[in-house]
Write a protein that binds this ligand. Structure first.
Ligand code: ADP
Ligand code: MG
Length: 255
């Protein structure tokens, strides 16, 4: 599609994720309650909230790791209702980085990053390795290509996991507490990579309790509590004039 064929989209970036009245249960547990939330192309949405409030479940729905119950969830123009249309294609376009890096221990850093681009995207080894090396440069560890995950620090492993997700040229990146398992001195190096990605215009949904990062980088912050979005606001208002008592209570605990 050429730019001129869609003049309306140029004014306002396109919605790439849209939850409309989404509900989800795990058995008797009502884990997502009437979620209405949208993310536009190039936006950074931070999701925070107490443990068990449904943050992971919410982001896992976006790449189809969890099916929704009632409501509508649209991701990159695909409607993800109970049945999954084309998960493989969706997951290639929606990258995800978890708290525990989930790298393949038996593969080198390069092997971890090149696997999916070769298998799913059909890149040649040389192309995939060239791209992987450029991504390692981007996340600041070009010298680690030949190492195995066990030889890396937690912060370095997480940066490999980010490079691995980026190797698929995702349109959206999901991060689920990417720094929660890291020692304090490694948190910054990972947040710096996320900050660069955001500045480069990546659309991101980030579950994190790093409120300094949220304040600097997020376009909007949503607070989940017992499966409900109790506050959604720009960072300025979220921190200075939260509307909901639960936001005040949450902030008073973590700030
Ligand atoms: P958060 O990421 O905010 O800590 P989660 O989305 O992981 O919250 O979990 C929300 C609730 O759903 C928790 O009570 C959790 O125990 C429950 N839960 C998460 N995944 C499952 C599952 N696969 N089966 C049953 N219950 C689950
Ligand atoms: Mg979680």
């Amino acid at each position: 599609m050429t730019a001129s064929s869609s003049p309306d989209n140029s004014a306002k970036p396109q919605l790439v994720v849209e939850f409309a009245g989404v509900q989800k249960h795990f058995g008797d547990l009502h884990v997502l309650r009437d979620i209405n939330l949208s993310v536009r192309q190039g936006e950074v949405l931070v999701i925070c909230g107490p443990s068990g409030s449904g943050k992971s479940t919410l982001v896992r729905c976006v790449n189809g790791l969890e099916p929704i119950g009632a409501g509508r969830l649209t991701v990159l123009s695909r409607l993800l209702n109970g049945r999954f249309p084309d998960l493989r294609e969706l997951r290639a376009e929606v990258g995800m980085v978890f708290q525990h890096f989930n790298l393949y221990p038996h593969l080198t850093v390069l092997g971890n990053i090149t696997l999916a681009p070769m298998k799913v995207r059909g890149l040649s080894r040389a192309e995939a390795e060239g791209k992987a090396q450029a991504l390692l440069e981007r996340v600041g560890i070009p010298e680690k290509a030949k190492q195995h995950p066990a030889q890396l620090s937690g912060g370095q492993r997480q940066r490999v996991a980010i490079a691995r997700a980026l190797a698929m040229d995702p349109k959206i990146m999901l991060f689920d507490e990417p720094t929660s398992a890291l020692d304090p001195e490694m948190i910054k190096e990972v947040l710096d990579v996320l900050t660069d990605l955001a500045r480069d215009g990546m659309t991101m949904m980030v579950v994190t309790h790093e409120m300094g990062f949220a304040r600097r980088v997020a376009d909007r912050i949503a607070l989940l509590d017992h499966g409900r979005i109790v506050e959604e606001n720009d960072p300025e208002r979220f921190f200075k004039t939260p509307r909901d008592e639960r936001t005040k209570a949450f902030l008073s605990k973590i700030l």
